[in-house]
Write a protein that binds this ligand. Structure first.
Ligand code: PLP
Length: 467
C-alpha cells in the first residue's frame, strides 16, 4: 500500500473534518465520533484513499462517475474553458458557446417531446426548477388549482425544500416539516415487496390503479404532476417491470397531469440506453437529469421541458417581465464544457457501448449471488443493481435495525477493497462505472462474495437467520 499522506497530515485532516465540515446526509454527531474516510485519487474504476488503500469503486462515486476517474480529455476541456472564460452569466440574455452547444446536444439525445433546456447546479436544483416551472405553468395557463404533486413511496428527488418532500424517505422529512400538504405518494412498484408480487402485468395494473385512485381522491382539477424515477435508486434500486414507465406515462396523459421523469441516476447509459425512457419510447412532459451529465467532474444538471410546458410559461407570463427563476451558476460554462466532453466520450469514445456490454457480466454476477444464504433478491437493469439481504428467505424478513448491518457491511466491503452502498439495514446497491472491464467485474463479485461470507459468519447475523 502506498501511503498518500503522512500520518500527522492525516491526523490533522481528520481533526479539522470532525470539527468543521458538515457532511451531506450523515448523522452529524456520529460523524464527529467516527471521522472521515479521506479519498485522495482515482483512475478508471479505482480509488485510492489517503492511507494508500486501493478500492474497486462499484458505485461510481455516488452513481455519477460513469466515465470513470482520470479522463484526461475532460480535465482539458475544463481547463481550456476556465482559461478562455471561466464564467458567463445566463442572466440579461448573456450566453456562452458551451451552454448553447450543450442545450442543442441534450435536445438531440433526449426523447422527442423535450425541446427546451434549463441548465442547473445538480439534481436537487433540477427537481426544484421542475416544481417551480410546473406551478408557473398552471398559473399561467388558467388552472391555478392544480397544485398537488404525486410521487412514489421510497422515491428520491433530492433535498431542496420542495424536492425533499417529493422524496419519500423518512430521514428527508424528519425534523424538516415535510411533506408539504400538496405532496402525496402511491406505493412503490417493487416486484419483491408489492402485494401484486412478481407478476409484471398485475404490478403495472396496480400502479396505474393507485395513480388513478390518488388523482380521484385529490380531484383531477387539483393535481399538477406525477414525478417518478424509472428505477428507484436511493429507495433501494427498485426495478419495476418492463412496460411500467410507459403505462404510467399513458395514465398521466389520460388523467391530464404532467408526467415528470427524474433520470438523475438512470440517465447517460446507467440502465443501458442513453435514458431509461428510451427503452420504452416514453416521451415525458419534463425530464430532470444530473450525475452522468458531467460524470461528477463538475456540478451540473438539467431540466428539460416540452413545447407545451415551455409555451405555457413563456406566453402566460406578462410580456417582457422576468420569469424569476435562476441562479448565478445556472448554465455554468465550465460545467457545460465538461458535459460536452463527457457526452462525446459516451458516444464517440465508446463508453456507452462498453457499459452495455458490461451489463451481461454485472447481471450474471448478481444473479449468481441469489443462491447465497443471505440474499433474498437480486435485481438489476443495465449497470444499476442491488442485493436485498434477508434473515428468512421464505418470509422475506429483513434484519433487526439494532444490528446496524448497513455500516458494518459497508466497512467489511471496504476492508476487502470494494466500495458499494448500503440502503436501510439490508439492501446493497451497485452502480459501476460504464468503463468496467470483464476482469473488474470478476474482481467485484469475488470481493462481494467474500464480504457476504464474512457477514454470514458474524454471530449476531447467524443468530438472526431462520433455522
Ligand atoms: N433525483 C434523483 C433520482 C437522485 O438520485 C438524486 C440524487 O441522488 C437527486 C435527484 C438529487 O441530485 P443531487 O444530489 O445532484 O442534488
Amino acid at each position: 500500500m502506498n501511503q498518500i499522506a503522512d500520518l500527522s497530515t492525516l491526523a490533522s485532516l481528520d481533526a479539522i473534518d470532525r470539527a468543521h465540515l458538515i457532511h451531506p446526509v450523515s448523522p452529524w454527531r456520529t460523524h464527529e465520533e467516527r471521522g472521515p474516510t479521506v479519498l485522495s485519487s482515482g483512475r478508471g474504476a479505482w480509488l485510492t484513499d489517503a492511507r494508500g488503500h486501493e478500492l474497486l469503486d462499484a458505485f461510481a462515486g455516488l452513481w455519477c462517475v460513469n466515465v470513470g476517474y482520470g479522463q484526461e480529455s475532460v480535465v482539458q476541456a475544463a481547463a481550456e474553458q476556465m482559461r478562455r472564460l471561466p464564467y458567463a452569466t445566463g442572466y440579461f440574455h448573456f450566453s456562452s458557446e458551451p451552454a448553447i452547444r450543450l442545450a442543442e446536444k441534450l435536445v438531440q439525445i433526449t426523447p422527442r417531446s423535450l425541446n427546451h433546456v434549463y441548465l442547473t447546479l445538480g439534481g436537487s436544483d433540477s427537481v426544484d426548477a421542475a416544481v417551480r416551472f410546473i406551478v408557473q405553468y398552471y398559473n399561467n395557463t388558467g388552472r391555478p388549482s392544480k397544485k398537488h404533486f404525486i410521487a412514489l413511496e421510497r422515491g428520491y428527488h433530492g433535498s431542496s425544500s420542495t424536492g425533499a418532500g417529493l422524496t419519500a424517505l423518512p430521514a428527508f422529512h424528519r425534523g424538516f416539516d415535510l411533506p408539504l400538504a400538496t405532496q402525496h405518494y402511491i406505493p412503490s412498484p417493487n416486484p419483491y415487496r408489492h402485494p401484486a408480487g412478481a407478476d409484471a402485468q398485475a404490478l403495472i395494473a396496480a400502479s396505474v390503479a393507485d395513480l388513478r385512485a390518488k388523482v380521484a381522491e385529490l380531484g383531477a382539477d387539483n393535481v399538477a404532476a406525477f414525478f417518478c424515477e424509472p428505477i428507484q435508486g436511493s429507495g433501494g434500486v427498485i426495478v419495476p417491470p418492463a412496460g411500467w414507465l410507459k403505462a404510467m406515462r399513458e395514465a398521466a396523459r389520460e388523467l391530464d397531469i404532467l408526467f415528470v421523469v427524474d433520470e438523475v441516476i438512470t440517465g447517460f447509459g446507467r440502465t443501458g440506453p442513453m435514458f431509461a425512457c428510451d427503452a420504452e419510447g416514453v416521451e415525458p412532459d419534463i425530464m430532470t437529469m444530473a450525475k452522468g451529465l458531467t460524470a461528477g467532474y463538475a456540478p451540473m444538471g438539467a431540466t428539460l421541458l416540452s413545447d407545451k410546458v415551455y409555451a405555457g410559461i413563456a406566453d402566460g407570463a406578462p410580456r417582457g417581465a422576468p420569469i424569476g427563476h435562476g441562479a448565478t451558476y445556472s448554465a455554468h460554462p465550465v460545467s457545460a464544457a465538461v458535459a460536452l466532453e463527457v457526452l462525446r466520450l459516451y458516444e464517440e469514445g465508446g463508453i456507452l457501448a462498453n457499459g452495455q456490454r458490461g451489463a451481461a457480466h454485472f447481471a450474471a454476477g448478481l444473479d449468481m449471488l441469489r443462491g447465497h444464504p443471505l440474499v433474498g433478491d437480486a435485481r438489476h437493469r443495465g449497470l444499476l443493481g442491488a442485493l436485498e439481504l434477508v434473515s428468512d428467505k421464505a418470509t422475506r424478513r429483513g434484519f433487526d435495525p439494532a444490528l446496524g448491518l448497513a455500516d458494518r457491511i459497508f466497512a467489511a466491503g471496504y476492508r476487502n477493497g470494494l466500495v458499494f452502498r448500503s440502503f436501510g439495514d439490508h439492501i446493497l446497491g451497485f452502480a459501476p462505472a460504464l468503463v468496467f472491464s470483464e476482469t473488474e467485474f470478476t474482481l467485484l463479485f469475488e470481493r462481494l462474495r467474500k464480504t457476504l461470507d464474512e457477514v454470514l459468519d458474524w454471530p449476531d447475523v447467524r443468530k438472526s437467520l431462520a433455522a
